[in-house]
Design a binder for this molecule. Structure first.
Ligand code: TXA
Ligand code: MG
Length: 344
């Protein structure tokens, strides 16, 4: 009885959206989003609108994947190059038929093992998908998200939902609703705010059209977890990267300096002595004169705080942010990939 009363109170509290910068934001419980909020968001998608929503990785900016005009708005709002295709989010693997021309056994196997979850599979695209969704390619990237809000939304929508990360193109991906609002202002029709994303870096993109999976973008699911971490696998897996990995990415407005494991504080102190306004994202606290932006314990911890920390560096108007690197195993591969791009 008490649990029911609590749930009702939450549902009602979540109902009236508030507005920030003219954008409608609905706060929802990340573990148990109210149906009213999901239905409302689904209606926005059905009307050709854009909804920003949390996934387990980062926030996405969604549109009905079958609606070329709506998907075209995503590109305009993000300032995204037209040849960089989007990830299509599905409610379950059976929905693959709606977007894929064929589902090879490898894709079926990976979908069974990893969905819902942060693994994106590239398969042959079904004819009739708008060119905006596929970037004009013959393939399409798909995943079933694990976050209850994302999954609830694609279920409520009843259609495949095309959604890149909800940042302006070239900026760090958003891991909170505030990041989405900061980048996209009122260009989004509705934001579902469920707090910070649990993983913090994007999904792993894998091409499933060949004999073995080929990693096109490192991400939340590590190569080790896919059985692809040996040297030979690595060599086979460096064919063509995802179109999106060609662009400079994940870059904040200030300089990013990559420090070795455990070396962040020392480097930050030296930069400060050289007269630069310096921030630190590291396993230790900040030395005197350095602005501590985020602390982490391990690679998964850095994944969670990295994008927010880079954005905090900009907000603090720093000259340089020092980020301590982590070992390139597990999710550390994806984190170091993003860090190198940010520091480039
Ligand atoms: O975790 C994620 O993947 C998040 C959440 C929202 O799901 N989405 C995301 O989307 O990171 P986006 O658009 O920022 O990155 C999609 C990546 C890009 O590098 C793009 O080039 C690649 O996937 N991609 C999309 N379709 C592709 C295709 N047909 N072939 C190869 N790469 C593709
Ligand atoms: Mg992105």
């Amino acid at each position: 009885m008490q649990a029911h009363a609590h749930k009702l109170a939450h549902t009602m509290a979540a109902a009236p959206p508030y507005t920030r910068h003219g954008m409608s934001v609905i706060s929802v419980d990340p573990g148990d989003p109210p149906l009213a909020a999901l239905t409302r968001a689904a209606q926005v998608l059905a009307g050709g609108g854009l909804v920003a929503f949390p996934t387990e990785t980062v926030y996405g900016l969604g549109a009905d994947a079958r609606n070329g005009t709506a998907v075209g708005r995503i590109f305009a709002v993000k300032g995204r190059p037209a040849d960089n295709p989007l990830i299509v989010h599905l409610a379950d693997a059976s929905q693959l038929r709606e977007v894929a021309a064929s589902v090879p056994p490898l894709a079926q196997e990976l979908a069974r093992r990893w969905w819902p979850g942060p693994l994106t599979l590239v398969v042959e695209a079904r004819a009739g998908l708008p060119a905006q969704t596929t970037g004009g390619l013959a393939s399409v990237a798909v995943r079933v998200p694990a976050h209850p809000v994302a999954l609830g939304l694609v279920r409520a929508a009843g259609v495949p939902v095309a959604a890149p990360s909800a940042n302006r193109s070239g900026r760090p991906s958003p891991t909170t609703a505030a990041h989405v609002v900061a980048d996209l202002g009122d260009a989004v029709d509705l934001v579902l705010d469920a707090g910070p994303c649990p993983v913090g870096v994007e999904s792993t993109v894998v091409d499933t059209r060949g004999r073995v999976p080929v990693v096109l973008r490192e991400g939340a699911v590590a190569r080790e977890q896919l059985g692809l971490a040996t040297a030979t696998d690595g060599a086979a897996a460096t064919r063509v990267a995802s179109p999106g990995t060609r662009y400079r990415h994940y870059a904040p407005a200030c300089e990013v300096a990559l420090a070795g494991p455990g070396q962040g504080a020392t480097l930050a102190a030296a930069l400060t002595r050289a007269g630069r306004r310096t921030g630190l994202i590291a396993t230790t606290g900040a030395p005197e004169g350095v602005i501590g932006l985020a602390r982490f314990a391990d690679a998964a911890g850095l994944a969670r705080v990295l994008y927010g920390g880079l954005r905090a560096a900009e907000d603090a108007d720093l000259d340089v942010v020092v980020v301590e690197g982590v070992e390139e195993v597990g999710i550390g591969r994806a984190v170091m990939d993003r860090l190198r791009r940010a520091a480039a």
